[in-house]
Design a protein. Structure first.
Length: 244
């Protein structure tokens, strides 16, 4: 039982954090069900924190690490449009609209992450334990990406279709910008830009989500003592209580 406790406690460092002394003094009185449930609760708390941050107003838009910019390939068109004073507010509004749609869609991630955590096996736990510095993030990404992509795309495409300015939606504004630029580019033999905005925003939104989770995982690995056990409820206080 001490071996099982050591394993679970080690994995839990990914999202809860504790001290080296805790690993050495874990008690034998805990059942495997208790320590497994403690680990799952830890992972739920870690993912919930990341999702909550991104789901809040400005979660993407005000965070330069995850802020969704217009496609890089469209930069020449944006530069051209920015020369016209009347168009700059439209570009700014379009950029903000992309990030707002991602923030709204982020709430879809919570039940998907919970489902993956509930179904995590002991074998999965060993893989996380023996993996690299982002092993937990990689596990969650492998288990959830397809479902997240579908859920995010549905919300994002719906949001992008809502009017932003003068009854024009983000999709319409982007389509007009891309089409006008592509028409001019065809004549000069330049590279065309993709008018499919929904697919682009969905991909960037998921990139930001997993980046947030990986950053959180790295911080907890480096400074596990910064995390308060009381933040995750009575069950984890019982599992990790031997640290006190």
């Amino acid at each position: 039982m001490k071996k099982i406790s050591y394993l679970i406690l080690s994995i839990s460092l990914l999202f809860i954090g504790t001290s080296c002394e805790l690993l050495e003094t874990a008690g034998d009185e805990l059942s495997s069900e208790e320590v497994t449930e403690g680990l799952k609760t830890a992972l739920e708390v870690g993912t919930d924190t990341a999702v909550t941050v991104l789901n809040a107003p400005g979660g993407y838009f005000k965070d330069e690490a995850v802020k969704i910019l217009l496609p890089e390939q469209a930069q020449p068109a944006i530069d051209l449009a920015s020369n016209y004073t009347a168009l700059q507010p439209v570009i700014d509004l379009l950029l903000e609209g992309l990030n707002r749609t991602a923030e709204d869609a982020a709430s879809q991630a919570k039940p998907i992450f919970v489902d993956a955590i509930v179904n995590m096996s002991i074998a999965d736990a060993f893989e996380i334990l023996n993996g690299g510095p982002t092993a937990a993030t990689d596990y969650l990404k492998a288990q959830t990406y397809g479902d997240l992509q579908h859920a995010f795309a549905t919300d994002i495409n719906n949001s992008l279709g809502k009017p932003l300015v003068n009854n024009y939606s983000a999709v319409q504004l982007w389509s007009q910008l891309a089409s006008a630029y592509n028409l001019a580019t065809i004549l000069t033999g330049g590279k065309l830009i993709d008018p499919n905005l929904g697919e682009y925003v969905t991909g960037k939104a998921l990139d930001g989500l997993f980046l947030k989770i990986s950053i959180q995982e790295s911080k907890i690995r480096e400074n596990p003592s910064d995390w308060a056990l009381s933040a995750v409820g009575g069950l984890l206080d019982k599992v990790f209580g031997s640290a006190g």
